[in-house]
Design a protein around this ligand. Structure first.
Ligand SMILES: [Zn+2]
Length: 397
């Protein structure tokens, strides 16, 4: 009877709340048997209590169990994921519901169709109850940094206040980068760092500029790679966004993130390295980020020579290391040891042609006590504050 009553009041509830309650019928069926004992025992206890309080005390114990059962069912029903469907309120919602019922009645009268409909409903229920709870909400609340899963490349976002993010590299694909920023609800980018002008770090730039305001862009010294740098400069000029190479030590506080530029140091002259690719990698902009609960080192694609230079000049330490150059094997173990990170985040594409990350690099990081996270295996990676310390949460592939 309670199920029938639920069906009867559903149009009124839709009209009032603009929600279609899906668990109301099973919840009513479960709670139903407890309603009568709870009501009758409670009523009798209230009548008896004035002249025989002891009997009333005995009567309210089973009544209490019955009420407890009803509350438990209600709490379960509220907790079921997708317990309510967003449904247009008012008369349009009521009209839509009537159409749905008009379609459902002839379908459910037909035996074969009824079986199909029940099977589909059963599968949907299993998906909602079993699969959905596994999916975590994204982003985790109070995220501080997210390494977007951009495939082979880097695309990183630092929290800079509500709706704002500092972007460090843009990955190779504008669509992928735009999607990651939209998931994080970043509409305003006060600061954009392009660590170096390689495609896997800058070709997603149009995705960041899409429907977003970008304040200023920091780039590595243009003289290192004039051709690639001029390509970025052309895009930025079109949007009238200034670009510059700030000196090492430049610092900004934006929202919860304090960003300090550590490299390249202009006074050091041209960065070393074999071949043009390594020269450009070694001129990467390196940034140190400090939050209330800890710090991170964003090291672009610097290779052995620039790691060594940074170690000698500043020896930066950090709780989280964005592993340089997608975990390439061209590394300086002393630099990794000196950073002393507890978590090592590797932004890398599955089955890439470069052999990134190198097994030897992963082994070294683990030997140094860092927990290794990879975007190719775990999808987007978020750094959050948990109990006053930094923690890493994966979105899942
Ligand atoms: Zn790269």
């Amino acid at each position: 009877m309670s199920a029938a009553a639920q069906v009867a009041v559903t149009p009124v509830l839709v009209l009032m709340s603009g929600q279609l309650t899906l668990v109301a019928i099973p919840a009513n069926l479960l709670a139903g048997p407890a309603v009568a004992p709870a009501t009758i025992l409670g009523f009798v206890a209230a009548l008896v209590a004035p002249f025989w309080p002891q009997a009333a005390q005995w009567l309210v114990i089973p009544a209490g169990y019955a009420v407890g059962w009803i509350i438990m069912v209600a709490q379960w029903a509220v907790g079921v994921p997708l317990a309510t469907l967003p449904w247009p309120g008012g008369l349009p919602g009521l009209g839509l519901l009537l159409i749905a019922v008009a379609v459902a009645i002839p379908v459910l009268r037909h035996r074969a169709w009824r079986t199909v409909a029940l099977t589909m409903a059963g599968v949907a229920l299993v998906v909602v109850l079993v699969v959905r709870p596994v999916a975590k909400p994204w982003p985790p609340p109070n995220w501080l940094m997210v390494v977007c899963d951009v495939g082979q490349g880097d695309g990183i976002v630092l929290a800079a206040g509500p709706g704002r993010g500092i972007v460090v590299d843009t990955g190779p694909d504008p669509v992928v980068m735009d999607r990651c920023l939209r998931r994080l609800d970043v509409r305003d980018v006060p600061l954009l760092l392009l660590t170096h002008p390689h495609a896997d770090h800058v070709d997603g730039l149009p995705g960041v500029l899409k429907n977003r305001h970008v304040g200023a862009v920091i780039v590595s010294p243009q003289r290192v790679a004039p051709q690639e740098s001029s390509r970025i400069a052309t895009i930025l000029a079109r949007y009238r966004i200034p670009e510059w190479t700030p000196p090492s030590g430049s610092r900004w506080q934006l929202g919860p993130s304090e960003v300090t530029i550590l490299a390249p140091d202009p006074s050091q002259g041209k960065a070393g390295g074999q071949g043009e690719g390594s020269l450009i990698n070694n001129a990467s902009v390196v940034a140190h980020v400090r939050w209330r609960a800890g710090s991170a080192l964003l090291s672009g694609d610097i290779e052995t020579e620039a790691q060594d230079e940074l170690l000698r000049r500043l020896a930066p330490r950090a709780d989280v290391l964005k592993v340089p150059h997608h975990g390439s094997r061209r590394l300086d173990p002393a630099f990794f040891a000196s950073v002393g990170a507890r978590a090592a985040l590797i932004s890398v594409g599955a089955d890439n042609d470069y052999g990134h990350p190198a097994p030897s690099t992963i082994a070294l990081l683990q030997r140094l006590g860092a927990r290794v996270y990879r975007t190719d295996q775990s999808g987007d990676l978020a750094v959050i504050e948990q109990d006053g310390r930094l923690a890493v949460v994966a979105r899942g592939p």
